[in-house]
Design a protein around this ligand. Structure first.
Ligand SMILES: [Zn+2]
Ligand SMILES: [Zn+2]
Length: 190
């Protein structure tokens, strides 16, 4: 049997994705993804590289969005607390901290949901009785609020580091995209 790409070469394996015949040259050219997918033909290899590029691009655009929004909120929050609140107006300071740590507050709320679910798994669902005598499932609202509040304050410190961390990941992703594009070009020539 001959290779699906090199009609004069003998097949050494079948493509793990599309079952096409793969020769020695094709198997060698596509080996960087062998651990992940098994042996691939050149065209499935190119598809997989394209998916990897898309993954990095999507990751970068969501991280860039995160940087822009959290940086704007942070600067606005500092401005609100220090300039608008002139450093002594506590409501402005609290509002300012809320803006600075807003992104972290979302993470805190999600953390609170996890903690509450874990609690329900361990100890079962609990119920509250409201002022009118209705029985309601305890949804852990105050627990979530408390954890979100802690995360918000932590966000004052954490947010700048998160911005730096995301910027570093974006630049690494860009390098990864460049090297995958080079690989794409190289494999297209075999
Ligand atoms: Zn294939
Ligand atoms: Zn081949």
């Amino acid at each position: 049997m001959k290779c699906s790409r090199h009609l004069n070469k003998e097949v050494v394996a079948m493509c793990a994705k599309c079952n096409a015949g793969v020769c020695e040259d094709c198997a060698t050219a596509t080996q960087s993804l062998r651990d992940e997918y098994g042996t691939l033909c050149v065209s499935c290899y190119q598809t997989a590289l394209g998916e990897a590029i898309n993954y990095y691009k999507e990751d970068n655009s969501s991280k860039l969005k995160n940087i822009i929004i959290s940086a704007c909120l942070y600067v606005f929050g500092i401005f609100f607390a220090l300039v608008n609140g002139t450093g002594t107006d506590y409501i402005s300071i609290i509002v300012g901290i809320f803006f600075c740590g807003f992104y972290n507050a979302i993470a805190g709320w999600k953390k609170g949901e996890e903690v509450h679910e874990e609690h329900e798994r361990k100890y079962g669902v609990s119920y509250n009785v409201d002022s009118e005598g209705n029985i309601e499932r305890n949804n852990g609202f105050f627990k979530k609020l408390f954890i979100a509040a802690i995360y918000t304050v932590l966000g004052l410190v954490v947010t700048p580091f998160t911005i730096i961390k995301n910027a570093i990941i974006i630049s690494k992703n860009k390098k990864a995209i460049e090297s995958i594009e080079l690989e794409m070009e190289a494999v297209s020539k075999i």
